[in-house]
Design a protein around this ligand. Structure first.
Ligand SMILES: Nc1ncnc2c1ncn2[C@@H]1O[C@H](COP(=O)(O)OP(=O)(O)O)[C@@H](O)[C@H]1O
Ligand SMILES: [Mg+2]
Length: 416
């Protein structure tokens, strides 16, 4: 397939219903494009004489841009444009329409519906037309933007993972931190952890971080967030390269810093921007903070639901949360039920939890106070400081479970 000329010229196909009708236009375009793109120029790769020929040339010669008339012999410009948009969607069609007709708004709408990129008239100034051609020919460069890969390559699909649970003190933050650190080590520079639970400052403590900023301070930029602002509010865990957005000490979520109606739009911007920058976005989500946590769940591809088996209320509350999640249309296969701090002496069994919740337990992470407590005290995650401890192995299994689930999802999205 012929693509843009290697010399950087804009390749265009013109149409001329009468022989020689485009000569003046060609001269004008050559003049303007020659002048404006220092040295750059325009290649008129073909001139079509009727609608069918125009569509054929677009589909077969693949110019950057094709300029068509609304009225052409044999086949109207609209029909030709709609065929081109099917056969050669990369070719930008520009439809030339008479002034008197373009003033009727529905003409432009009709051209756009057919697939035209722009509508011009015979009195469009040549320099404006030249500018338009340059702009349209540059659309192809979008393929080299990192975002192009993000949208087309399922392997680059960003994944948001929430770690949550119905109770405090069951190992949610411990799991979040160790999971996020594991991903950060495997996928350098691609992992961020949002501490949605500043309550006890556990996440920074577990990583020995002393954040300068937290999510509460970030809310001052609500409505005007961008990647740079977010980046300045993140802390870096040097050992793993994990980025962390610290929570607001003493409170949950955005720390009540925003009026209720601004909370979700803020989170939407935050998640949207983080997903452009990071492939793995982890959230350590506290129990019961209502709309904000519901929103985070709704934006999560996976939810790690952490439970404990130490008493009946832990099991009952987990079952309730699981049912709330599925009731709010979160597909059961997106929820990974994990028993944390699992011990033989537990009051209840895995079967009790499965029966109460109606969900399968994906994994049990052993109770391992030795590794858990000393790694927290040192501020050095168990997965790196004690990789062979039972609890670190448990986290390793969770990494595998999530990676398998992601691979299955990628498979589903692979173009057939
Ligand atoms: N697998 C484990 N084995 C033993 N102790 C654990 C384990 N996971 C967490 N802990 C302990 O539980 C306490 C609470 O953990 P944390 O992750 O802060 O809970 P949560 O975020 O659910 O409130 C921590 O002090 C930690 O020492
Ligand atoms: Mg916690």
């Amino acid at each position: 397939m012929a693509r843009s000329s290697s010399n950087g010229n804009i390749r265009i196909v013109l149409t001329e219903p009468q022989p020689g009708a485009s000569d003046q236009l060609q001269a004008q375009l050559a003049e303007h494009l020659g002048m404006e793109r220092n040295g750059g120029n325009i290649d008129v790769v073909a001139v079509a004489h009727d609608g069918l020929e125009a569509a054929q040339m677009a589909a077969q010669l693949r110019p950057d841009v094709i300029l068509l008339d609304e009225e052409m012999p044999g086949m109207s410009g609209y029909e030709a444009v709609s065929l081109i948009s099917l056969a050669a969607p990369d070719v930008a069609s520009v439809l030339m329409v008479n002034e008197s007709r373009v003033e009727r708004g529905d003409i432009t709408a009709r051209a756009l519906r057919a697939g035209a990129r722009a509508v011009v008239t015979p009195s469009t100034r040549p320099e404006a037309l030249a500018e338009l051609l340059v702009e349209l020919s540059e659309l192809q460069m979008g393929r080299s933007r990192p975002e192009y890969e993000l949208v087309t390559n399922p392997a680059k699909m960003p994944v948001t993972i929430s770690i949550t649970g119905a109770k405090g003190g069951i190992g949610k933050s411990f799991t979040s931190v160790n999971l996020a650190v594991s991903f950060a080590r495997k996928y350098p520079g691609q992992t961020v952890l949002i501490d949605f639970y500043g309550q006890y400052g556990n996440v920074p403590l577990m990583l020995d971080l002393h954040p300068n900023y937290n999510i509460g301070e970030l809310t001052a930029f609500a409505g005007e967030l961008d990647s740079t602002i977010i980046e300045t509010h993140l802390s870096t865990h040097q050992e793993s390269g994990l980025k962390v957005l610290a929570g607001v000490p003493g409170s949950a979520g955005v720390g009540g810093r925003l009026p209720e109606e601004q909370e979700i739009p803020f989170l939407a911007d935050l998640i949207g921007l983080l997903r452009r920058q990071y492939r793995y976005v982890f959230f350590d989500v506290p129990p019961l903070i209502g709309r904000a946590s519901d929103y985070v769940y709704s934006r999560s591809q996976f939810i790690v639901l952490v439970s404990a088996l130490m008493d009946l209320s832990a099991v009952r509350d987990t079952a309730t949360l699981y049912q709330q999640l599925t009731a709010s249309r979160i597909a059961p296969e997106r929820i990974k039920l994990v028993v944390s701090r699992y011990a033989r002496s537990d009051e209840l069994s895995v079967e009790d939890l499965e029966q109460a919740s109606g969900a399968k337990v994906a994994l049990t992470i052993p109770d391992d106070p030795q590794a858990a407590i000393s790694s927290i005290n040192e501020g050095s995650p168990a997965v790196t400081s004690r990789p062979n401890s039972p609890v670190a192995r448990g986290i390793g299994e969770l990494v595998g479970i999530l990676e398998n689930a992601m691979a299955a999802e990628r498979q589903r999205r692979q173009p057939v």
